[in-house]
Design a protein around this ligand. Structure first.
Ligand code: MIC
Ligand code: SF4
Length: 639
């Protein structure tokens, strides 16, 4: 009576019991990194003194920082390529595609585990791989052969019935689920899909759904590995990677939902959260200024073919800028060869590289007060680079038809021919550089001036008495904490510099305040740190002297990142006590050297004298890590 998740975890379990809520450790078969998180991950791997990676496969992708408006991005790329060659890691060159799309095409395998330093790593769940996003340090540990610790998730079953109608896409399935569960509805859970509707979905369609499980806050999302999976692998010339996998008929799910694809309609997530979902039909006629198609969610061959079919013979509306980023070199090459790219160009689309691009604010910021329809997965405040923009998330079909009309339009009314799946994908891996064990020893790791040494933390003192420097509400994203975009991303390997941007759009003087007060605390509401895996959202605050975050609840990856860098994550035992703390209050924490697993602690507010009970979800290992001042210190301490 096992679920898909239980079957894969069982086969990789190193420590613990598969009981929801228990801490377990699993072996990671594969890892992936991307350049924006990869530089730190590899600096950490180097700090651990690891010679060759211990995984079955590790891949380093370059897809985020590709604007190269200064030397910094290119320096990072050089470092990544050389460090990959040195340590036995495959290197996917810039231009080869977005990490999740390429990994799905060329490397992901059913029944394997994958840890990636990017929150959308679960995209590979579409092919039946248990794929989890984590901070770079956790990925470095996995490459060093250490098992990955996580809390055994609850398994949620989502039954898909019926089949999608023309103009309705798999993006609408996951937007529907987001409207049902919210951005924190998946925290501590793996979402498994089953039912007849699953059989109607291709692997890239499944991957779109698994990708945006990250927006639910889920640990991962999983689809069975069936004849559709086998066919996809055959089309990618890797049928040998097929492994059949399905949940047992009597598998037990902690929660259960059904989505009827027959009655599903096109949906749209309104600003500034992926769960602010409405029907497209209710917004038809609203002005659109920009449409951006691509990202790891919706940049597959079939997505591009649907878009090209809608655009064919038409021209983009005068007032709209349409950008298209095909997800990989494979996709771009195929649409170039079959003429679909020519249809896009003729329609006036602006073709961008096969990278993240506008999704992470790397160019294409919309105009002031723009309505921007994007096929991406996140529409967090400010992420596009234009604070006043209204960014909405839609399917490729909705974006394409709206780009032609200049207003939000319902793709069910578009007149286009549904594209056919190809017989075979175009295989050309020459932009993926395989490591060569014979020459690894002689490789020199190249560090340009933007590759700064890792900052370190000091052990946690027994007594902390510091000021509350910031109080924020619910659902604070890592984009709030550590903004991305073209101006900030170049400094991902330069913590001193990137730390000056922490909370830039929330409290402009935050970094200066930290310096002035010699560090302090942050108070937050629910789901603090939702969104990306960027460990810079913990590492940079650590650098600024933040010692603890006290919140109503945390997002999983950020919670782990805080521990990895020695910042204490505490939760209000009574949510109402959130009101007992204000900015500038001085809080006192005592007896920290005697923290015990999953315990409670009393915090004293010096202003009011009130004692505030807080809980913490920390294992003994987490406590050891925090006391040492973070994972790297802990590993050194343990020898
Ligand atoms: C994102 O979508 O926010 C990112 C950029 O891909 C991040 C990683 C990063 O910040 O480098 C993610 O999702 O983890
Ligand atoms: Fe890149 Fe956007 Fe996907 Fe993040 S969500 S990996 S920035 S495409």
């Amino acid at each position: 009576m096992a679920t898909l998740t239980e079957k894969i975890i069982q086969a990789h379990l190193v420590e613990g019991e598969m009981k929801a809520g228990e801490v377990i450790a699993i072996r990671m078969d594969q890892t992936l990194t991307q350049d924006a998180t990869g530089t730190m991950a590899y600096l950490q791997l180097e700090a651990m003194g690891v010679d060759q990676v211990k995984t079955e496969l590790s891949v380093s992708y370059v897809d985020h920082n590709t604007l190269q408006s200064g030397f910094e991005n290119a320096d990072d790329h050089r470092y990544l390529q050389s460090v990959a060659a040195k340590h036995g890691i495959y290197f996917s060159k810039v231009g080869n595609g977005i990490c999740h799309q390429v990994h799905l095409e060329r490397f992901a395998k059913p029944m394997k585990t994958l840890l990636g330093s990017d929150s959308h790593t679960p995209t590979a769940g579409g092919i039946g791989s248990l794929a989890i996003g984590a901070g770079g340090l956790d990925v470095a540990c996995a490459m060093a052969g250490r098992p990955f610790h996580l809390t055994m998730p609850k398994i949620v079953g989502v039954e898909l019935i019926g089949s999608l109608k023309k103009g309705v896409s798999s993006k609408d399935i996951i937007l529907k689920l987001l409207s049902m569960l919210s951005v924190k509805g998946g925290v501590g859970k793996v979402i498994e899909y089953y039912g007849d509707g699953v059989k109607t979905l291709s692997i890239p369609q499944r991957a779109t759904i698994a990708n945006m499980g990250a927006e639910l806050g889920a640990t991962s999302s999983l689809f069975p590995s069936d004849e559709i999976t086998q066919r996809f692998l055959r089309m990618q010339s890797r049928e040998a990677d097929f492994y059949p996998l399905c949940a047992d008929a009597d598998a037990q799910y902690a929660e259960h939902y059904t989505i009827d694809l027959d009655t599903l309609e096109p949906l749209i997530a309104m600003p500034h959260s992926p769960d602010h979902v409405q029907s497209v039909s209710s917004l038809v006629g609203m002005r659109v200024d920009q449409c951006a198609i691509g990202s790891c969610t919706n940049s597959s061959y079939m997505d591009m073919m649907s878009v090209a079919a809608i655009l064919k013979g038409h021209v983009v509306h005068d007032q709209v800028s349409l950008t298209i980023s095909p997800g990989s070199k494979q996709v771009l090459n195929m649409i170039a060869q079959n003429g679909a790219l020519a249809d896009m160009i003729a329609a006036g689309a602006r073709i961008l590289e096969s990278t993240c691009g506008p999704c992470i604010g790397m160019g294409q910021s919309p105009c002031s007060n723009a309505v921007s329809l994007r096929t991406f997965n996140r529409n967090f405040y400010g992420r596009s680079g234009t604070l006043s923009a209204q960014v909405c998330l839609v399917s490729p079909e909705t974006a394409a038809i709206s780009a032609l009309k200049g207003v939000i339009s319902d793709p069910r009314e578009a007149d286009y021919e549904l594209p056919q799946e190809p017989e075979q994908f175009l295989i050309d891996d020459r932009c993926i550089i395989a490591p060569n064990p014979q020459t690894a020893d002689h490789v020199e790791v190249i560090r340009g001036p933007n590759i700064k040494p890792l900052p370190s933390n000091t052990p946690l003192p027994d007594h902390l008495e510091q000021t509350v420097l910031l109080k924020v509400g619910d659902n604070i994203t890592t984009d709030h904490i550590m903004p991305a975009g073209a101006k900030v991303l170049p400094y991902r390997s330069n913590i001193e510099k990137i730390a000056t941007f922490v909370f830039r759009d929330v409290k402009a003087n935050f970094a200066d305040l930290c310096k002035e007060k010699g560090g302090g605390f942050i108070i937050a509401g629910h789901n603090y740190g939702q969104g990306s895996s960027r460990e810079h959202a913990a590492l940079a605050p650590m650098y600024l002297g933040i010692k603890a975050v006290i919140a109503k609840s945390f997002a999983r990856i950020h919670h782990a990142n805080l521990i990895n860098f020695g910042i204490l994550p505490l939760c209000f035992a009574n949510e109402a006590d959130y009101e007992q703390v204000q900015e500038d209050d001085v809080l006192v924490l005592d007896d920290l050297h005697n923290l015990c697993a999953n315990g409670t602690i009393l915090i004293k507010n010096k202003r009011s004298g009130v004692l505030i009970p807080c809980t913490y979800a920390l294992s003994q290992l987490d406590i050891g890590t925090l006391l040492a001042g973070g994972t790297l210190n802990y590993i050194k301490q343990q020898g």
